[in-house]
Design a protein around this ligand. Structure first.
Ligand code: ZN
Length: 199
């Protein structure tokens, strides 16, 4: 299983980190060891002092495919969830300064936390992330720069998509630091799909 992530897919998040708006999807990968199953806690790693949460809609690929046309892309996923793309922001800054890849800052153990998958509903989908009971992020698929279909079409030109692969579709504004003891809850519409503790 591979974990494919899209960076800067919401204008308001690109702006909050002073990043330019991309004209092509920004893609990075996390190894399967980054997968954190629903209900499992996230353990704060000792190599960072500034881990951020990024709440994102995640697609689960349901059939194999490559060179998928946008108009057929919706046939390649049946379920969605909320994931947290944990990012060691201090490490990422250092790597960016050297123009090095982001893997260490984004692909460490537990850095791809997942909620429960639920059957996809009609677009647009709204979702939200709460930190310690307070809403910190709100997203709507209408505000994505690259739609689900555009992402699948683009990525499948480079990587064969396989059943079970996960695609993190980018985070809206409102990212921030985590601390030991925090609790995160993710909602698709009104339905809670993610409940995660930081230990
Ligand atoms: Zn992200």
């Amino acid at each position: 299983m591979k974990i494919i992530c899209i960076g800067r897919n919401y204008i308001n998040h690109a702006k909050e980190l002073n990043n330019p708006i991309p004209d092509e999807p920004l893609i990075f990968l996390k190894p399967d060891s980054a997968f954190l199953a629903p209900g499992k806690p996230f353990f704060y790693p000792n190599f960072s002092k500034d881990i951020h949460y990024e709440g994102e809609l995640v697609l689960k690929i349901s059939r194999n495919g490559r060179h998928i046309e946008p108009r057929f892309a919706h046939k390649y996923f049946e379920e969605v969830s909320i994931g947290i793309d944990f990012t060691a922001r201090d490490l990422q800054k250092k790597l960016k300064q050297k123009s090095w890849p982001w893997e260490l800052a984004k692909g460490f153990d537990g850095a791809a936390a997942l909620g429960q998958f639920i059957p996809k509903s009609a677009l647009p989908i709204t979702y939200s992330l709460r930190k310690n009971g307070k809403e910190v992020q709100m997203g709507n698929t209408q505000d994505m720069i690259f739609s689900f279909d555009a992402i699948i079409a683009y990525v499948s030109q480079f990587f064969t998509l396989k059943m079970g692969d996960l695609i993190f579709t980018g985070t809206p504004a409102g990212v921030g630091s985590i601390a030991i003891g925090d609790r995160f809850e993710g909602f698709i519409g009104e339905q809670q799909v993610l409940d995660l503790k930081i230990l």
